[in-house]
Design a protein around this ligand. Structure first.
Ligand code: FMN
Length: 317
């Protein structure tokens, strides 16, 4: 998720377990050929056989509207052997939509078809090609036509974010619509949107009738959600806090290695802000760091709370 879940968080969350695959943030395709280093920055997993350190396959996502440019850049990306290529028709951001990218294209099923065909023609058969779409721009009247256009164009699987572009990220998600679209298609459909808990997941599966669900913000807000769903475990914030504290310590240590000191606190607060909804200990930490801007002061708060990266602790020992 662009600006929220990058390769660093992806690696930590996938390491917890429960995921079949993950998707990178989108690479925006404009008039130029994207260089290898650009793809590798968005998905460093390309340097490790397209998988995270724990072996979760990562599909790299492309966003754009020009079929020829999309095809050419997909071919360039395919040479780097990602675990798959995903096409983004879900982004509602005005800056992206203004340049004819993301969910705004859901008014043009014929264009979606041409993009899918152009990409399919330029990537090897064995490389999975999937797409992500919303229900429509304003309403779901073209949802089936868009999904069908993508499938007919060679997309092998579809993730449907069960909201329109205009609905942004506001609840509710219309899971039953995912089922309506899926019933018209021959390719697998994954439901997405507003799954924050096991109860949401159960309702999403029941209302959509599809078996597979993609977690969005819920994956970041509850790092153990996918694993609990997979294992049929119950939520227990107290039980899972030590494991979450270790993840936070690891995250904070790695953020400091990759991000300038003035930006590092923001990354941490962004994650804590989502975690605090379900984890009271994370809420306390968030309150303790929310006004802090210096890395060293946050380090002290973490040390006082016993939140230390296992690797940092090993180095200190
Ligand atoms: C900050 C942010 C960035 C996102 N970036 C992407 C992206 O790059 N590619 C994508 O397919 N979806 C992206 N999404 C959409 C999510 O993958 C997901 O479809 C959406 O948030 C609905 O699921 P949720 O309600 O479980 O979060 C983003 C969402 C957010 C909030």
């Amino acid at each position: 998720m662009e600006g929220l879940a990058d390769a660093l968080l992806r690696e930590l969350l996938c390491g917890v377990g429960g995921y079949d695959w993950a998707v990178s943030e989108f690479a925006r395709v404009t008039g130029t050929d994207l260089p290898d280093r650009f793809f590798c920055r968005i998905s460093p997993e390309l340097e490790t056989s397209g998988c995270t350190a724990c072996g979760t396959p990562v599909r790299v996502q492309l966003l754009g509207s020009d079929p020829a440019r999309m095809g050419e850049n997909a071919a360039r990306l395919a040479r780097l052997r990602p675990a798959g290529i995903d096409l983004n028709f879900g982004c509602p951001a005005p800056t992206v939509n203004r340049h004819r990218g993301g969910a705004v294209l859901l008014d043009e099923p014929e264009l979606l078809h041409r993009i899918a065909c152009a990409v399919r023609a330029r990537v090897p058969r064995g490389l999975p090609l999937t797409a992500k779409m919303r229900l429509g721009v304003r309403d779901p009247s073209l949802a089936v036509a868009c999904a069908q256009a993508l499938a007919d164009g060679g997309v092998e699987g579809l993730v449907i974010h069960a909201r329109t572009k205009l609905e942004g990220y506001r609840p509710p998600a219309h899971w039953s619509w995912v089922g309506r679209v899926a019933s018209e298609l021959k390719i697998p459909v994954v439901a997405n949107g507003e799954v924050w808990s096991e109860a949401d997941w159960r309702r999403c599966v029941a209302e959509s009738g599809v078996r597979d669900v993609m977690l969005g913000r819920g994956a970041v807000g509850d790092p153990f959600l996918a694993r609990r769903i997979r294992n049929g475990e119950a939520f227990d914030a107290r039980r899972d806090w030590p494991e979450l504290a270790a993840l936070l310590g690891e995250f904070w240590a790695r953020v400091q290695l990759r991000v300038a000191p003035r930006h590092a606190p923001g990354r941490l607060k962004q994650w804590l802000n989502l975690l605090r909804k379900r984890y009271p200990d994370a809420a306390h930490l968030f309150e303790a760091v929310r006004a802090l801007k210096e890395v060293a002061r946050i380090d002290r708060v973490f040390a006082d709370a016993g939140v230390v990266s296992p690797r940092v602790a090993a180095r200190a020992a």
